[in-house]
Design a protein around this ligand. Structure first.
Ligand code: NAG
Ligand code: NAG
Ligand code: NAG
Length: 294
């Protein structure tokens, strides 16, 4: 059973005593991963997995964060490797430059690379019968590394949730779907109008998230969430999804900021329905930098 993690936290008590705001305005930061650990992020996951700062050419400062998922990990985030911010952030722009996990030696591997915000303390503050879940995601599956999953959750319970999601292939410029869902088994309710902008995306020829670093970002406000990738040669932003739908479908709680890789045994990409194998050797993702601007 899931219980609220901090119904009346120490921070709130000292804030009352000292008369300071409970959640101070979050300061901007850029983590270049020149050294490890980071002052902004803590690490968790399977014991055989590691996070380290490594020398790498082509990086802004010559170094990258290396996330290593060891062979045959347990399925799920807990068996993976995650960097999670100690602070929580509400609204602002979240960016990174990363290369996702490469599964070229075993094409039917199930590995997720995630770059996202997340908060869930088990509370149902909007009273809709489901635990609130503030989450905005970029996710990739290594078996089809041209496909990007963009998702926002506002509620997440054991059998039902509330999410909007766009799935696209950036190499071909194909939007596979843009939907609202109430469970993983539920039907896609297609989104239209200001929940489905832009209706088309350009192709980024040769895009393969696992062969090169790309710069990704999203801007989160109370009424709009925009996801983009930076074109590697022109430097222009390619808007992947510019969601301007009901505020009730946009997360509202200050959230942790995370990057992770983990094994999935039940989530497969459009072209590879058999990609559920655990990796049979160690796999890696590399992060040049991670940044936040309020
Ligand atoms: C993406 O790159 C990986 C690693 O080089 C390669 O195995 C895979 O075939 C590429 N996929 C596509 C669709 O280009
Ligand atoms: C992908 O992984 C394979 C095997 O580990 C490696 O030989 C190859 O260089 C990697 N490709 C890229 C683009 O990193
Ligand atoms: C989450 O947001 C809701 C709605 O704004 C608010 O009532 C609630 O107190 C927030 N919860 C936390 C834990 O910050």
């Amino acid at each position: 059973m899931k219980r609220p993690g901090w119904s009346f936290p120490l921070g709130a008590i000292s804030a009352l005593l000292l008369g300071v705001p409970m959640l101070a305005e979050a300061a901007p930061f850029t983590e270049h991963w020149a050294a490890y650990p980071s002052p902004y992020f803590y690490s968790y996951g399977g014991s055989a997995n590691t996070a380290t700062s490594v020398a790498q050419s082509g990086m802004t400062d010559g170094r990258a964060l290396q996330l290593k998922l060891s062979a045959y990990p347990a399925a799920g985030v807990g068996g993976g490797i995650t960097q999670e911010s100690s602070s929580r952030y509400r609204y602002g722009t979240f960016t990174t430059r990363l290369k996702t996990t490469n599964c070229s030696t075993q094409p039917n591997t199930g590995i997720v690379t995630g770059f996202f915000t997340y908060f869930n303390d088990g509370g149902d503050y909007n009273g809709n019968g489901l635990p609130d879940n503030s989450e905005i995601d970029f996710e990739w599956l290594c078996a089809e590394p041209q496909v990007i999953y963009l998702t926002m959750y506002t509620d997440f319970g054991p059998t039902a949730h509330r999410r909007v999601s766009r799935i696209l292939n950036l190499a071909t410029g194909t939007v596979h779907s843009t939907c609202y869902y109430e469970s993983f088994s539920g039907a896609c309710q297609p989104l239209t109008g200001n929940e489905n902008l832009p209706t088309t995306i350009p192709a980024l020829a040769g895009y393969n998230s696992s062969t090169a670093h790309y710069e990704y970002g999203f801007t989160w406000t109370a009424s709009r969430v925009t996801w983009w990738v930076v074109h590697p040669t022109t430097g222009q932003r390619i808007t992947l999804w510019d969601y301007q739908g009901p505020a009730s479908r946009i997360p509202a709680n200050s959230s942790h900021f995370l990057t992770n890789i983990w094994h999935t045994n039940d989530w497969t990409p459009p072209s590879r329905p058999l990609a559920t194998q655990p990796p049979n050797s160690a796999r890696y993702a590399y992060v040049d930098w991670t940044a936040y601007v309020p």
